[in-house]
Each structure stands twice: as C-alpha cells, then as structure tokens.
Design a protein around this ligand. Structure first.
Ligand SMILES: Cc1cc2nc3c(=O)[nH]c(=O)nc-3n(C[C@H](O)[C@H](O)[C@H](O)COP(=O)(O)OP(=O)(O)OC[C@H]3O[C@@H](n4cnc5c(N)ncnc54)[C@H](O)[C@@H]3O)c2cc1C
Ligand code: SF4
Ligand code: SF4
Length: 689
C-alpha cells in the first residue's frame, strides 16, 4: 500500500466510486456512512434514466466491490463530529454505533477527505396545498420508486387498487420564493417524472398518465429522446401547476385544479394517485461547520474556484463530489467522484504516472485540464492540437457561466501552466494519423508542424470538443443582415464591437430538438441567459427578448440566472414547437412574428439584432478519429461512452477516455470536472494493472 489514507464521507454512488478508485490506487480508505446500509439513494430507485437500467444492478456490484476490497474500512451508522489538522494530516473525530446499541467515539487519521454526503428530498408536507400526509393517495416520487422497485406493482395506498389515472406534479418545493421552499431547480425531477410516467404507462397501458410541469428539463444525453418516447406512448405532458389537491375521504378519489397555460382553460381533473416530485436539499446540513468548508446559502459546498477546480472546497485537502455540491444525477455525481480522486491523488503526491505516457487529443479547456491533472500525477503527456493555437472554443467566448469571469482569464491561466509544465509536450497544428494497439497501450503516429512522430502511450484521452451548429438558411441566417448565432454574439461582446442595439431577440432551439437533431443542446439556454444578462447590464435601455420552448435553467446557478435575467427586464416569450417564430424582411426592416403560447396572441417585434441559440454538434474530425481508435459514435454523433452513469468518461475501447464536449454538450465547469475525472480513472485503472 502507498502512503497516506483518505476519509470518504457518505457511501452513496459518489462515495462508493471514489472509495473504490482510491483503493485501487493503493490508498487506505475509511468509508464513513451515517445509515446502516451502503448505497445512499440509488438502491431505493427502480430504474435509472435514460437507459432504464435496473438501479440495483448498477449499485450492488459497487457495494460488493467496496465491501471486499482490503484497502477499504467501512464504518456504518457513523458520523463525523469534528475535523482537525490540514492536508496530509487530518484527524477526524467520528461517532459510531457500538454493538451494545450505544455510540463509541473513534479517531481516524487521514491525509485527505472526500465529502460525498448527497441529497435528500425535502418534506413534501411543507407544500400544504397538495395535502401530503393528509391525503392518502398523494405520494412522493421516492415512494413511487420504492413501489416500482419492490414488486413493480403500483397501487393506491388507500385501497391497494391499481390506479386508472396518475398525475405527476413537478417543481414541488423547488423554484419557489416561499421561505420554507427552495429557490433553485432540483435538476433531476423532470427526468424522474419522465422515467416513472413511462414505466407506469408501459405496465398499466390503460391508465391515463399526466405530467403537470412548468419547463421540461430534459437536457442530458439521451434525456430528450426518452421524453419524446414517453410522449409517443401516451403520457400527457401538460404545462400547468395545480393550485390544490383534495381527496374524497370515502372513495380516495383526488381532485386537482389547474390552469392549462397553453389553452388558458381552468381544468378540474379527477385522479387516483398523485406523485409529487419534491425538491432536493443537502443531506448533511452541518457539513460546512463540521468540515470547516464554505457552503452557499442552501448548504451546498461552495468551491472557491468553481470553473478551474469544481470539486475543491475552501479547505485544502478536502474535496467534494455528488449531491453535496448541488443537485446532480448519478452520472454527474460519478464524474465528480473521479475528479475528487484525481485531486486527492495529486495532493497526496502518489505519482502513479511515473514512467507512463498519455496522449491527449485536443487542447481546449478539457484537454488542457486533463493534461495538467495527468502531469501533476507524474504522467508524461503528449498534448496534440489541430489548430495553430490552444484554447478551443474558450478563445471565442466572452464571459463564463456561472461566475461571469472572462474566458480569456481562464484560458491564459491554463495555457501558461501547459506551456511551463515540463511533463507536457505540446504539439500544435498536429493531428493523429494512425493508432495501433500494443501490449502496453497504443502506438500512435502524429503529424505536426515539426514533422511526423511515433509515440508509445498507455492511454488516450479524446478531448476534441464540439462545434456550434451553423443554421444556414434557418431563421434568415446567412441571408438577412443582423442575424447571428450566440457564438458570434460572444465574439462581438468579447471584442467590444456590439454597439448599443435597441432591440435584441434571441431564438432558442434553432437546429435542436428536431427530427434531424433530436437531442437538447443543454447549454444554449444557459448561454442565452448569460448573454441576455450581459446585454442588460451593459445597456439597460436595450430591449432583450428570449423566445423559447423550455428554458433549461437547471440547478442552483441556472435558476439564479433565470431569475436575474427576469429582474433585469429580459422578456421571455414561450412559443409552441408547432408554431415557431417567423422572421420577415419588410420595407428594409426585420420583423419577427411570434405566437405567445402563454398569452395566446401574436406578438410583433422589430429587432435590430436576432441571435440564434444553436446546439453544439460533433466536430468534423470526430468520425475520423473515432474510427482510428475503434470507438463507435453514439446516434447523436458524439463519442460513445461505456455507461453514462457509472463509466461516463470511459469509451467502450479499453484505454480510450473522453472528456468535455467531445461526448456531448457541457458547460466549462462540467467539462473541467470530466477532465479531472479522466485523470482519476486513468490513474486508478493503470495503478491496478
Ligand atoms: C425520486 C428520485 C429519482 C431519481 N432517479 C434518478 C435516475 O433515474 N437517474 C439518475 O441519474 N439520478 C436519479 N436520481 C438522482 C440520484 O439519486 C442522485 O444523482 C445520486 O443519488 C447522487 O449520488 P450521491 O452519492 O451524490 O448521493 P446519495 O446517493 O444521496 O449518497 C450520499 C450518502 O451519504 C450519506 N451521508 C449523508 N450525510 C452523511 C454524514 N454526515 N456522514 C456520513 N454519511 C452521510 C447518505 O446517507 C448517503 O448514503 C433520482 C433522485 C430521486 C430523489
Ligand atoms: S428538474 Fe427543475 S424544472 Fe424539473 S421538476 Fe425539478 S425543479 Fe422543476
Ligand atoms: S435552446 Fe438549447 S438548451 Fe434550450 S431547450 Fe433548446 S436545445 Fe435545449
């Protein structure tokens, strides 16, 4: 075993993945769990979206592997009371259930700490109007998960009968300004409803299934596609928020009233079962005080530098993963877990990479971060960039979500480190020509400005990014003056050559969520919010409109941006998919007509600038590189990953990893976390070989 030990607090999917990866690095791990059982929320689930894989099949092997690993010591019914010391020498005071039923105090020594204490749903009874706790047939999504996962039979709690009409109610206690509720979007509850509604419709085809929602946040990879499938099999998605749910004490029948915001009709709906998708909150409320790390006003860990180091806390040597950083799905929690492993491995100077080499293809923010994280673990890194300059899309961006810092600042900071890091060899204007498998890894031929070179490497990281879709011929792009894309707006903002437009209209979903490109671009709503805020802050008199179908302002920061944009006077107009905005040129002026589906009337705007929000699409090089490496592309054209939940940065080809937007749209923060995760995965994989 190598020197040093790590305390992992919380044994959900993030804590388990982190523990196992660290154990494989040869580190001694203390896995500290408050509950008697391991696994956190995941074992309570039936299936996981979007693949609908059995949740127990996913989590049980991980629990078993942790139980059986000689480097992992598990403490259940245990809680950390206080932490002293610093990186390399922490002392944790832990209280643990004793066999006699009392509590014993234990002192553990650890060189680093990973906190992975996850989320828990808030008490659904807080939202009084839905009568949870009073109405027998009003249950939570987690209770439905348990029904679905025990024998798969869904029944009304009042009489054990199969329901004929089930209603899902979204955003319960989330996106609310009431003091007892949460202002943020809880991120996974839209997809939880999609998944559960789909499962219900499959098992009870005659039942009516409604999802009453505000925005359908189906932004992840394969999520929109599952939502489309649920719609196709008869789940009825209605944009509405019920005012109240009443239950007939005799029959158990529920009555809901809501206004259908599309038809503007008041509807009275009779149902047998209502499922509340309630907000998530931090599972360990005293985390900040006990660990001495900064948390935000909601109790989530606040990384001091969220873009460059998204899993670091304010206390050196303490890292965070999963729901304690804010709502996350399993895939995101696992990425953060591997990222935390990479950071801990760096801090402990395990030097796993000694004598080993890695090829990183693409020197955007993900590729540079991965290269640096690997170099800090003592790997030799060959960083191959096809352009003459490094930085990728970051070179074209103005400010970055969610912190608002200049993209240039992050880019320069990374580029300086890449250029001065002795373990990184940077090749610009370079491409991979050939890759052959060897007993060690791969023999790769690259062609660079300096000539051809053959490199022997242990693993390959694909970080080739993605490109914004160019909507030629759509909404007047390429035809009318003053019609640009968000990336072009970024460039104008960055170079300070936008001027002061009178009216700017942003149109969402141009070229996304279409039959040709069914996926959601995930970050184009956030980009629109960020830029709309920028425009308003620079010039309050500029009128800014955002025409949208669903606003994907997911998570804590997303909702905060949405709210800020609204408070600055950005006007949001919802249009129906079947009735998109029309841009005309009348007497030398642009005229935009849009049917506001919430107000039910046509609105005419005269913008001097129209900004189209288009999705990221796979780069032209993706298919060629994928075929050189033997990696199949996914149906959306991005790099395929082995398993979006448990192996989100591995490709099906052993030794080939992927990070950043090469595997689908991602924010900078998400791309950086993936890059660290790749470094964590590679280290633990190679160390255990
Ligand atoms: C109804 C519902 C349905 C969902 N469906 C899906 C889905 O289909 N797909 C998907 O990707 N995601 C889904 N999610 C989200 C998924 O559950 C989370 O992404 C995942 O559980 C996050 O993992 P984690 O390890 O961060 O947290 P958790 O799974 O919550 O694990 C955290 C662990 O830390 C422990 N802990 C807490 N405090 C302490 C402490 N002080 N000391 C020690 N231990 C502590 C907890 O007991 C727990 O074991 C769903 C969530 C809900 C509520
Ligand atoms: S994911 Fe966000 S929008 Fe969807 S139900 Fe949850 S809180 Fe509401
Ligand atoms: S604009 Fe982009 S992120 Fe927003 S809903 Fe459309 S595709 Fe998704």
């Amino acid at each position: 075993m190598v020197g040093g030990s790590v305390a992992v607090i919380g044994a959900g999917v993030a804590g388990l993945c982190a523990s196992l990866a660290l154990a494989k690095l040869g580190v001694k791990v203390y896995l500290i769990e408050k509950q008697p059982k391991l696994g956190g929320l995941t074992p309570q689930l039936s299936r996981v979206f979007p693949t609908l894989r059995d949740a127990k099949e996913l989590i049980n092997p991980l629990i078993e592997a942790c139980r059986n690993h000689p480097n992992i010591t598990i403490l259940t019914e245990a809680e950390v009371r206080s932490v002293e010391g610093s990186l390399g020498d922490f002392t944790l005071h832990v209280s643990e259930a004793s066999q006699s039923g009392g509590q014993t105090e234990k002192t553990l020594k650890a060189s680093a700490i990973i906190v992975a204490t996850g989320l828990r749903p808030i008490d659904a009874g807080i939202v009084k109007e839905y009568g949870y706790g009073r109405n027998k047939n009003v249950i939570t999504a987690l209770e439905l998960e348990r029904m679905l996962s025990s024998d798969g039979r869904v029944v009304r709690p009042s009489d054990g009968e199969s329901p004929k009409c089930v209603v899902f109610v979204q955003c319960v206690g989330s996106r609310s300004l009431r003091s007892s509720e949460k202002p943020y979007c809880s991120k996974v509850c839209c997809m939880t409803a999609v998944k559960q509604a789909y499962e219900l419709k499959k098992s009870l085809p005659d039942a009516e299934v409604y999802v009453l929602y505000t925005d359908l946040r189906a932004y992840g990879r394969g999520w929109q596609e599952l939502a489309d499938e649920a719609k196709a099999c008869g789940v009825r998605f209605v944009r509405a928020r019920p005012s109240e749910i009443l239950e007939d004490p005799e029959t158990g029948e529920l009555t809901l009233w809501y206004e259908d915001t599309e038809t503007r009709e008041m509807v009275e709906l009779k149902a047998d079962l209502a499922v509340l998708n309630v907000a998530s909150t931090a599972c360990w409320p005293s985390l900040g005080d006990v660990l001495g790390v900064d948390v935000d006003e909601h109790g989530f860990v606040r990384p001091p530098n969220p873009l460059a180091s998204p899993v670091d806390t304010s206390r050196p040597g303490v890292y965070a993963a999963g729901g304690c950083l804010g709502p996350a799905d399993i895939g995101e929690a696992v990425i953060q877990a591997y990222a935390a492993v990479a950071r801990a491995s760096e801090a402990l100077a395990l030097n796993i990479g000694d004598g080993r080499s890695i090829l990183v293809v693409g020197a955007g923010v993900a590729g540079m971060t991965a290269a640096l994280a690997l170099a800090r673990q003592a790997f030799n890194v060959y960083l191959v960039e096809k352009e003459g300059e490094i930085g990728g899309l970051l070179r074209r961006l103005d400010r970055l979500y969610p912190t608002g810092e200049k993209a240039e600042q992050l880019l320069n900071w990374l580029a300086e480190q890449v250029k001065s890091e002795g373990k990184i060899r940077l090749y610009t204007s370079a491409t991979v020509k050939k890759a052959e498998r060897t007993s060690r890894g791969f023999l790769v031929e690259i062609s660079a400005k300096t000539g051809e070179e053959t490199l022997e490497v242990d693993a390959i990281v694909v970080a080739i990014g993605a490109q914004p879709y160019q909507p030629l011929g759509e909404c007047g792009y390429g035809e009318l003056e003053g019609v640009i894309t968000q990336i072009e707006l970024e460039e104008r903002l960055k170079e300070d050559r936008l001027g002061t437009p009178r009216t700017v209209v942003m149109i969402q979903c141009v070229g996304a969520r279409t039959p040709e490109r069914p996926y959601c671009g995930k970050i184009c709503c956030i980009t629109a919010l960020k830029n709309a805020i920028q425009l308003k802050q620079k010039s309050p008199s500029t009128e800014v409109y955002v025409l949208y179908e669903d606003i994907q302002a997911y998570g804590v920061d997303g909702e905060a941006h949405y709210r800020l944009a609204q408070s600055l006077g950005v006007r949001f107009i919802r249009f129906a998919e079947a009735n998109p905005p029309r841009l005309l040129y009348v007497e030398g002026r642009k005229v935009l007509r849009v049917e506001d589906s919430l107000l039910g009337r046509e609105i005419t705007l005269s913008p001097d600038l129209v900004v189209l929000s288009t999705p990221l699409t796979p780069t032209e090089a993706a298919a060629g590189l994928a075929s050189l490496l033997g990696v199949q592309l996914a149906p959306d054209g991005f790099m395929r990953v082995t398993d979006t939940k448990l192996m989100p940065v591995d490709t099906p080809v052993d030794g080939v990893y992927v990070c950043g937007t090469a595997s689908g749209p991602a924010t900078v923060q998400e791309a950086v976390a993936q890059a660290y995760a790749v470094a964590g995965r590679i280290a633990s994989k190679l160390a255990s070989q």
